[in-house]
Write a protein that binds this ligand. Structure first.
Ligand SMILES: C[S@@+](CC[C@H](N)C(=O)[O-])C[C@H]1O[C@@H](n2cnc3c(N)ncnc32)[C@H](O)[C@@H]1O
Length: 205
């Protein structure tokens, strides 16, 4: 085992195989059943994940929240980068996907909650956690009623630390007016090497 200071502070999982069939099929099957809930038939690419992570300071992040982890491509990557004493609260509204995550990602820092994003404050409170340093979201805002979209964005702002950030990836700009109305600073990026190509919004509290 390596004895470098970094490896003693950070718990890194073994590298994942590039292509795992079971989660791909599970995700695609759920997309066929619930297209508006999933918003995409294919999990996020590593290019999208790398671009998202460029805005996260993993050294200072103690509480991270993920909305809509799906089969966990971002969840697994977050766990590989997070501090050993950090927490990741993953809110997934789909019962089959949250059960899959619970059974496949066994890590004491991960708390999978079968609930919708707007219940983040209850989920954090039940775990004895105050506010989040980062919230990462891939839930399909474009398929939600406009009032729900605004509600989730404002509820997110309320559970972030004053210096926290909301990182959103989407396939449309539908949520951008809500983000701009709620956050002090919103930066936009684009990742063409994802299927479909994705927009990213970095929102500072
Ligand atoms: C585009 S998929 C992203 C999945 C995964 N994070 C990825 O990057 O591949 C959206 C996910 O959000 C979940 N979802 C949709 N609405 C949600 C909500 N209101 N709260 C929590 N999860 C939600 C869906 O079930 C699905 O797993």
């Amino acid at each position: 085992m390596s004895s470098s200071p970094r490896s003693s502070r950070y718990r890194r999982a073994a590298p994942q195989p590039l292509l795992q069939l079971e989660p791909l099929l599970l995700f695609a099957r759920n997309f066929v059943k619930h297209p508006r809930m999933l918003g995409s038939a294919i999990p996020s690419s590593r290019y999208l994940i790398e671009r998202l992570f460029a805005s996260i300071d993993f050294d200072r992040a103690h509480v991270l929240v993920e909305y809509g982890p799906g089969v966990g491509p971002i969840t697994g990557a977050l766990l590989r980068r997070m501090r050993a004493d950090a927490h990741l609260v993953a809110l997934e509204v789909n019962a089959e996907l949250s059960a899959y995550l619970r059974s496949t990602m066994r890590d004491t820092r991960l708390h999978v909650v079968h609930a919708s994003a707007e219940q983040a404050d209850h989920a954090l409170a039940r775990l004895g956690l105050a506010r989040a340093d980062y919230i990462v979201s891939g839930i399909p805002f474009s398929t939600m009623p406009a009032s729900d979209r605004g509600h989730v964005v404002r509820a997110t702002r309320a559970v972030l630390q004053p210096d926290g950030a909301f990182l959103v990836y989407q396939f449309s700009r539908a949520v951008l007016p809500d983000l701009r109305a709620t956050f002090s600073d919103v930066r936009e990026e684009f990742e063409p090497r994802n299927i479909p190509p994705a927009r990213l919004f970095y929102c500072a509290a």
